[in-house]
Design a protein. Structure first.
Length: 277
């Protein structure tokens, strides 16, 4: 059964976009209906991407070397107002690899825009050496040490990560549903890639940024809320709803279809066994 959104969830109304892999192994955006175009070499469960521990996924990646090509998922560019409230949540089965194009100064972008503007999700750049998340701006890693780096890594033992950003520039980073307290989130609007001093925050690609690098994850869900800051409790609830077989708080039909079939079969077998006894 095809996946459908859970309109009864408290976060449904403010949800802007939700990207996932449907039961036919096509990559879809379910809230705004954006058309998704996977690049060559993007994998789904039909071609090698994983389906656990969260659910069906698409695997991003890219080429080797400097100025690498990105293997990601394209969709029509969308924008958020400057200085807007933002929330971002990703559910993943696993981290695979990353390539920052040989740069020792800048991190690896996981999201970008084909329009050449500032990435809505760029606060989720990855330090390819440590696996930590940091906030990126034009000053690079060297100027962003200490409180603008997470203590935790998102490259091992992680099924979710995300961030929130207030209109005043306060950012929180979440790993496995919990706030990473080492990242204090005091990010000034000036020079921020969350869409203030540079240009309008926008996004049209999951996977990396051509010529600047890529990160390979098996993504089960990528969600954003443009204009809304969701709460710590929301982030934890979303993460805790990832119980396997595509289960997710924002999804109803299609999620856990295999698990439901298995449970039904087991229940039927148990009843038949009881009658036989």
């Amino acid at each position: 059964m095809a996946k459908t959104l859970n309109a009864g969830d408290a976060l449904y109304a403010s949800l802007s976009h939700l990207f996932t892999v449907d039961d036919d192994n096509t990559i879809k955006e379910l809230k705004a209906g954006l058309a998704c175009t996977p690049h060559a070499n993007v994998l789904t469960p039909a071609s090698g991407a994983t389906s656990s521990p969260v659910g069906r996924s698409f695997r991003t990646g890219g080429a080797a070397g400097s100025s690498p090509a990105v293997y990601g998922v394209d969709f029509p560019n969308y924008v958020a107002a400057n200085n807007a409230n933002l929330s971002f949540f990703c559910a993943v089965n696993q981290y695979n690899s990353a390539n920052n194009g040989g740069s020792t100064t800048y991190g690896v972008p996981m999201f970008s825009t084909d329009a050449g503007g500032i990435r809505i999700g760029c606060g989720m750049q990855l330090d390819a050496t440590t696996g930590k998340v940091f906030h990126s701006n034009h000053n690079g890693i060297a100027a962003l040490s200490g409180t603008l780096n997470t203590a935790g890594s998102i490259t091992s033992g992680v099924t979710s990560f995300g961030f929130t950003r207030t209109s005043g520039g306060v950012v929180k980073v979440y790993i496995n549903g919990a706030v990473d307290s080492a990242y204090t989130g005091g990010v000034a609007n000036t020079g921020s890639q969350f869409g203030a001093a540079w240009d309008t925050a926008q996004m049209s690609l999951i996977g990396g940024m051509a010529a600047y690098g890529w990160v390979s994850f098996d993504y089960a869900y990528v969600c954003d809320w443009l204009g809304t800051v969701i709460t710590d409790a929301d982030m934890l609830r979303l993460r805790n709803s990832l119980t396997g077989s595509d289960a997710f708080a924002l999804i109803t039909a299609g999620a856990s279809a295999t698990a439901k079939t298995r449970r039904s079969a087991n229940s039927t077998g148990a009843r038949m066994g009881s009658r036989g006894l």
